[in-house]
Design a protein around this ligand. Structure first.
Ligand code: NAP
Length: 240
């Protein structure tokens, strides 16, 4: 039986590339998002519509997450995210951003862990945070808050899973800039030199599938346009 990977935010950008890459590695993707994914040869029987900004929709997803389990470890990729760049008092929908990037996903993961404990089966959480989890970025206070929150939650959960759900794993990924639609609403960001999300997806799955310890954290930086893994831990603040 194939392993499965639930990809929260697998319909476009990095998430879509992570989903395509699972197929290449004989893992079955289950893609979650508001829009259906566009993956060649992929039949939509395992995509699920969820709007992380809507608490009813999130409740439905949290109740359903155990149904995707089989015998094996379940990969859960926490990838969905939105970015708005604006001063803290001018941002359009700060609550919506926090709900989408942090709160709703945490709710789904709580449910996932409860199912895992009930079934006594391990999970492998792959968190796509960002270099914004530790860098100070002007007019991105809410976004940075959510990315740092994702990282802190994932580290603490790793410790808990190590003892409560043996064989579980947590991988915390902090990518630098990628060419995706994340910046569609952000004026003046030149993404031409950013990394190709397909290249990033490849190195992320390589790291995930080679992980032996209960926790792994790394940054994906770019060198000559290509992703490289950086394992050094960074100080929490950098004013650029
Ligand atoms: N691009 C970068 O430079 C960069 C750098 C570091 C980290 N990241 C992180 O990488 C992750 C992926 O971003 P991306 O760059 O690939 O952006 P993207 O192309 O805009 O993709 C975002 C994904 O999140 C999902 N999503 C957004 N709002 C949602 C909602 N309300 N409900 C459900 N799903 C929602 C989208 O699905 P639907 O639209 O179908 O709902 C989509 O699959 C994010 O967590 C981002 O913070 C990105």
């Amino acid at each position: 039986m194939k392993k499965k990977a639930v990809i929260l935010g697998g319909s476009k950008g990095l998430g879509l590339e992570l989903a395509k890459e699972t197929i290449a590695r004989n893992i079955q993707p289950i893609v979650l998002g508001r829009s259906a994914p566009n993956i060649p040869d992929y039949h939509h029987d395992v995509s699920y519509k969820v709007n992380l900004a809507d608490s009813t929709s999130v409740g439905g997803c949290a109740a359903r997450v155990g149904a995707w389990w089989d015998e094996d470890t379940l990969y859960f990729v926490w990838n969905a995210g939105v970015l708005e760049v604006a001063p803290v008092d001018k941002i359009n929908d700060p609550r919506g951003l926090i709900r989408t990037n942090l709160d709703s996903a945490v709710r789904i993961i709580e449910s996932l862990v409860a199912f895992a404990k009930f079934l006594k089966r391990p999970i492998h959480l792959v968190t796509i945070s960002s270099t914004s989890s530790w860098k100070a970025r002007k007019y991105q206070a809410h976004y940075c808050l959510t990315k740092a929150g994702q990282a802190a939650f994932s580290r603490a959960l790793a410790l808990e899973l190590r003892d409560d759900l043996p064989w579980s794993r947590v991988t915390l990924v902090k990518p630098a800039g990628m060419k995706t639609k994340l910046f569609d609403e952000v004026e003046g960001t030149d993404i031409t030199e950013f990394m190709d999300p397909q290249d990033v997806a490849r190195v992320v799955w390589d790291e995930v599938l080679n992980q032996r310890n209960f926790f792994k954290e790394f940054q994906v930086d770019r060198k000559d346009g290509k992703p490289i893994i950086v394992r050094r831990n960074f100080a929490p603040i950098l004013f650029e």
